[in-house]
Design a binder for this molecule. Structure first.
Ligand code: FAD
Length: 395
């Protein structure tokens, strides 16, 4: 309640009581942060050159960070979805966008469909070891000729007795070189439109699975990105994940979680580079004063902070709705679109505030811009998000 005393001075440093995070989330945040700062961040530079090692998955599995919201019977921690947001946020402190992405593909993109649609046997065989960090997962949707238009994929799975034979190609696949298995989107009935898709769980060491090429990228250098080929790959009929013919709907559901977690990472990444730049603006001087004290710079920070806060609120409110049983596709698309744009704009402004230092690799700000730039493309481009939002109004 407002009193004469507490309205005197705005409390900018207040630890706000949070509407989604509880004390146990704060404890989790602390423990993930300790791990990230001690075991990941010091290697950020090195992993830009080498990609991050598989041991990161093993270690995170050991610490219980890979299955935060997965039931304990499948090797998880039995927490709620907000725990995944905490992980996505804290991983940005590793200062390695590629690492955060590689882990998120494993935890929030490739494995949730196994929990949601998998059989008990599939969960034990693929989900449990993934949560323990013993198996690494990747997700194969995009193809050389079809990205935004998922319905245009050509990878075929044809039934042959008790097996399916898979032929096709997938590209830009994160973790594609290191993965033990792939959640693969295929067409089983090209005549059936949206009802002709089927997901498969495919072991990456099967004959005919070819890791063709490591792709070289603008950013996210610490992640591996693969071009994959599938040539007469034979899988048993029980490798089908979910329902035959319902793969398109399964993967559209998966994309919602992927977009929301990506949005959370964008907000946290923007916040992190904002804080680094704030410190720089307080230390760097020009014309006899801190650059942060120029009104133009102060306003840049104000603009950035406002954008970040607006994106954060969208992510949290949308996550709250998601957790409370709604399926807010329009708002997830908005949160994804807005957060990705904000992250890129903030990173760009932070380069500007750093001046020449912002252009130098050693300050790590240019890396944030390069890494963040992906978010306007991956998991659905800005244009596709706008289309989803626009169509939701019946247009
Ligand atoms: C580093 C990286 C990692 C990735 N990881 C994975 C992964 O692990 N698994 C996976 O399956 N995929 C992954 N992707 C693929 C990513 O999701 C796609 O690149 C993305 O969905 C866009 O598809 P596209 O590249 O084929 O672009 P296209 O679909 O060819 O689009 C090209 C341009 O056309 C625009 N466009 C297309 N359709 C429309 C439309 N209807 N209206 C308006 N504009 C339109 C797009 O917005 C874009 O600007 C990754 C991509 C990158 C770059």
């Amino acid at each position: 309640m407002a009193t004469a005393e507490n309205v005197l001075k705005p409390d900018f440093g207040a630890q706000r009581k949070h509407f989604i995070f509880e004390p146990h989330h704060d404890e989790l945040r602390e423990s993930i942060r300790r791990f990230v700062l001690k075991e990941l961040t010091p290697h950020a530079e090195e992993w830009e050159e080498t990609t991050f090692p598989d041991s990161v998955f093993h270690r995170m599995g050991e610490l219980g960070f890979l299955g935060l919201s997965v039931p304990e019977q499948y090797g998880g921690q039995g927490g709620d979805y907000y725990a995944n947001l905490v992980l996505a946020e804290e991983l940005t402190r590793a200062e390695s966008g590629g690492l955060a992405m590689g882990v998120a593909v494993h935890t929030d993109m490739a494995t949730p469909p196994i929990l949601a649609f998998g059989t008990e046997e599939q969960r034990q065989r693929y989900l449990t070891p993934a949560m323990r960090g013993e198996k690494i997962a990747c997700l194969g949707i995009t193809e050389p000729d079809a990205g935004s238009d998922v319905s245009g994929i050509k990878t075929r799975a044809v039934r042959d007795g008790d097996e399916y034979v898979i032929n096709g190609s997938k590209t830009y696949i994160t973790n594609g070189h290191r993965a033990d298995y792939i959640v693969l989107v295929t067409k089983t009935d090209p005549e059936a439109g949206y009802d002709g898709f089927t997901l498969f769980l495919v072991d990456m060491d099967l004959p005919g699975v070819i890791r063709e090429r490591k792709l070289v990228k603008l950013g996210m250098h610490s992640s591996d990105t693969a071009l994959l080929a599938f040539q007469d790959v034979r899988v048993p009929a029980d490798a089908v994940l979910g329902t035959v013919g319902k793969g398109f709907y399964h993967i559209m559901w998966e994309l919602q979680g992927e977009r929301l977690i990506g949005a959370a990472g964008c907000v946290a990444g923007a916040q992190h580079v904002f804080e680094k730049t704030l410190q720089y603006a307080q230390e760097r001087t020009a014309f006899g004063r801190q650059i942060g004290k120029f009104q133009v710079t102060r306003h840049k920070f104000a603009e950035m902070a406002t954008k970040i806060e607006s994106a954060r609120q969208m992510v949290y409110v949308t996550a709250w709705r998601f957790v409370n049983g709604e399926y807010p596709v329009r708002e997830i698309s908005m949160a994804k679109l807005h957060s990705a744009r904000v992250a890129v704009e903030v990173a760009d402004e932070c380069i500007q505030i750093h001046g020449g230092a912002g252009y130098m690799k050693e300050y790590g700000v240019e890396r944030v811009w390069r890494d963040m730039r992906l978010n306007r493309i991956g998991a659905g481009t800005d244009e596709i998000m706008l289309d989803v939002i626009g169509r939701s109004y019946g247009l």
